[in-house]
Design a protein. Structure first.
Length: 202
């Protein structure tokens, strides 16, 4: 009778072991299914990444607007710089040639003064020397203001600096050379304010 009682106990232990195995098997099945899903997800990721460059190729309207504004800014800056250069040049010209009118009037006085010196060569020597000293002071003041005499006698005729009033035959100078200065010419800060009136050798 003792053997009949031990049999059901063993059956109960087997059932408990079977129940314990079921959760473990289910966990293994779930792990296998998850392992199969992971490669599929990984394969989908490159496709999404490959699709991203296509979105980047689309032109952003804001970038185009920025380029237009930059081009407009550069044009405005170039116009401003050109205008500033013109203004500076005009300002410099006004400063350099502001005295042009009064200098031209003084040149006539200088011409008459020089004629007076030629006329007093045979007069009182002290008078001539005094007038010559004043003449030199006047010339020095004009030179300080930027006035310079144009070289003419014996120079090659240049229409930019010389005004030919007549031609003459002479053996003293070569052809197309200035043979005589009838009225001196002058420049003010390198700009001609009165050309030399000359005779030119043929």
């Amino acid at each position: 009778m003792s053997e009949e009682k031990n049999i059901p106990i063993e059956d109960e232990n087997l059932e408990e072991q079977a129940e314990e195995l079921k959760p473990e098997e289910e966990a293994e099945v779930q792990e296998e299914a998850a392992a199969q899903e992971e490669p599929a997800e990984e394969a989908a990721e490159p496709e999404e990444k490959a699709a991203e460059p296509e979105k980047g190729t689309e032109e952003d309207p804001r970038d185009k607007k920025i380029e237009e504004l930059n081009a407009k800014y550069m044009r405005l800056m170039a116009d401003f710089q050109n205008q500033k250069k013109r203004f500076d040049k005009e300002k410099a010209d006004i400063h350099q040639y502001a005295n042009e009118k009064i200098v031209k009037n003084l040149l006539e006085v200088l011409d008459n003064f020089e004629r007076a010196l030629d006329a007093t060569k045979d007069a009182d020597p002290s008078l001539h020397e005094g007038m010559e000293l004043i003449f030199k002071q006047l010339v020095a003041a004009l030179e300080k203001a930027g006035v310079a005499e144009i070289k003419a006698l014996g120079e090659e005729f240049d229409p930019n600096f010389h005004n030919a009033v007549m031609m003459e035959e002479t053996d003293e100078y070569e052809s197309n050379k200035v043979s005589e200065v009838m009225q001196k010419g002058y420049t003010l800060n390198s700009r001609v304010i009165r050309p030399s009136m000359v005779k030119v050798a043929q």
